[in-house]
Every structure is written in C-alpha cells, then in structure tokens.
Design a protein around this ligand. Structure first.
Ligand code: NCD
Length: 320
C-alpha cells in the first residue's frame, strides 16, 4: 500500500514521509501553525482536543520530539498515553509485533505517534492501522517529517520564503533522517541551492540525491569548510548518528569532522544566516555560539516545533 498524498486535506491521514506533501499542503500547515501560535502566545486556553487521546510509542530514545508531541496534545486540551521504550515496558517484551501493538492502541487512542529504530517500520505500522492515523516521529535512518516541517517553518518565518534560498546542510547526511525529510521538503519549493558538507563516508545516498535534484533543488557536495559559500540563508548542522554505526571505531573517526564554531561563523556566515540543528548536539556546535542571535537551535526552532505539531495534529484530527 502506498501512503496517501496530503493534497491539502490532512483529515485522518497518517503522516510518514515528506513525499506525501506538496507545496500547498505545507503552506496550509504553516497558516494553521500561525493561528495556533497566536492563541498560545496570547495565553488563550485552547480546548480543541477535549476528549482526544494520543498514544506515544517511542521505541528509540527522545527528549525533544517526545515532549514536543506530548505538550502539543496537552496544550490543545487532549491527553496522552505515553510509552518511552516500549521494548521494555509494553507487550513488545513478550514478542508482540508493532502491527499488533498499533491495532491494540487504536481501541483507546485517536492518533498514534511512533518513533522506531528501523527505517520503514512506521510506514508498516500506518498500513496495519485499521482506522486511526499514525504519525512518524522518526524511523531509523529513514525520515523525521515533523522535524523537517518545523525546520522549514523556522526558515520561512525568518526569511519570508522557501524559494530562492541558499543553505548549507552539514554532518551525517547518510543516516540523518531529519536531513532526508528536509531535503524532500525543499524539493517542493523553487530555485533552492543546498550545499552538502559531510565526511565522504556519510554523504547523502545516491538515489536520494538524484531524486532531490530531479525535483529541482541544486545540490552541491563539498568536502571542506573552506568551500562553504559566504552568506547562506541558513546553516543546518547535524550530529553524526552513532547508533547507526556497526563499528564504533568508524564513528570515532568521523564524529567531529565538522564543528560549528564562532570563528567559522565569522568567516563564512552573513548577518542573516540562521543557525539550525535538530539536536541533540554532541560536540559539533561550540556552545560559545549559543548567545549569537542567529543561533536558533535552543530557542526558536524548538518552540516552533511545538506549534507546528499542534497544527499538524489538529489538521489530521479535523479539530480546527
Ligand atoms: C533528531 C532525530 O531523532 O532524528 N533529533 C530530534 O528528533 N530532534 C536528530 C538526531 O538525533 O540527531
């Protein structure tokens, strides 16, 4: 079964990949996000989710995404059933399949939000669901659609557009699921150029690169920090994904290939270059940058994630 296109109608659809989106659907999501953010920032209590229950099944560790989804549901007046590490705390311990677990929780919850260590597992879960939508909160080295949507929202809010931008994505492009979704997101917009900076072993996979290029994004692979063009609209730094390495020695060799420092920013960034990172960071951003007004990773980017998730859940559940 293929995943449904959103085609500007989110109602009851599972959200697994940025492939399901088109430009209009992203714009609708952002408009809804703006509406909800105004209400939250105006300290208004929103009760759109009265009686709604969301199940969170997180088979992989998470702090931001888990809390962001849980907060989104609760801010809207809904409730959550929360499983962190279901491999140890749910019937998965007894050998229950992910598909069965999803079918069970459908009896209780209106929506099921899943993070899983295997790429493709959330799609399988969505296909197994009888009647409730499933949201991908990160599937292995596959995708992380809501992270990409909040990244795009953040860039759009800062630059007022998602067309004609030049950006840099650095780090683990092979395994970084947020990067995969983000590039697919950019491919929905026009005339964007993205520089890709990674160690050779962690380059974007060839077929994905070709697909993104075919859709019109200009991708330029670079190998050294000196090749970063001046004055990008955004820099998106990422962590080398330790958990995807079979041999930790290989990880150690590449983990700090590229570090974002105030010196590099001074040399290559412009006054409008926003600095993004999905987090967690593990040494690839110098904390001296945290107070730089262009550094959004610990503040605006995370906050935007809450609003984008509130909007997405509301649209999927038809509550707005
Ligand atoms: C990312 C993830 O889990 O893919 N974190 C997140 O959800 N914000 C990035 C990462 O773990 O490196």
């Amino acid at each position: 079964m293929t995943l449904p296109d959103i085609a500007n109608n989110f109602l009851q659809k599972s959200i697994v990949s940025l492939d399901q989106f088109d430009r209009k659907s992203v714009e609708t999501l952002f408009k809804t996000t703006d509406t909800l953010r105004e209400q939250v920032e105006g300290a208004r209590v929103i009760r759109l989710f009265e009686g709604i229950i969301a199940t969170l099944l997180f088979y992989e560790p998470s702090s931001r995404t888990f809390s962001s989804f849980a907060t989104a549901v609760k801010k809207l007046g809904g409730q959550t059933i929360e499983y962190q590490n279901p491999n140890q705390t749910s019937s998965a311990v007894k050998g229950e399949t992910l598909e069965d677990t999803v079918n069970v929780f459908e009896n209780f919850a209106d929506i099921i939000i899943i993070r899983h260590a295997q790429a493709g597992a959330v799609k399988k879960a969505a296909e197994a669901a009888f009647s409730k939508p499933v949201i991908n909160a990160g599937d292995g080295a596959g995708e992380h659609p809501t992270q990409a949507l909040l990244d795009l929202y953040t860039i759009n809010r800062k630059h007022g557009t998602l067309d004609n931008l030049t950006g840099l994505i650095a780090g683990d492009l092979l395994n970084g699921r947020t990067v995969h979704s983000l590039l697919k997101g950019f491919s929905l917009f026009k005339k964007n150029t993205v520089y890709l900076l990674s160690p050779k072993q962690l380059r974007l996979e060839k077929s994905m690169k070709e697909n993104i290029k075919k859709k019109g994004v200009k991708l330029i692979e670079i190998e050294k920090e000196t090749d970063i063009p001046k004055h990008c609209d955004f820099w998106y730094w990422t962590r080398v994904q330790k958990e995807r390495f079979a041999d930790l020695k290989d990880y150690e060799r590449v983990k700090h290939s590229f570090i974002l420092t105030p010196e590099l920013v001074k040399k290559k960034a412009g006054t409008d270059t926003i600095l993004l990172h999905p987090l967690p960071r593990v040494g690839e951003i110098d904390p001296r940058l945290d107070s730089d007004p262009r550094a959004l990773y610990l503040t605006t980017q995370i906050r935007n994630g809450l609003f984008v998730r509130m909007a997405l859940l509301s649209l999927v559940l038809g509550k707005i």
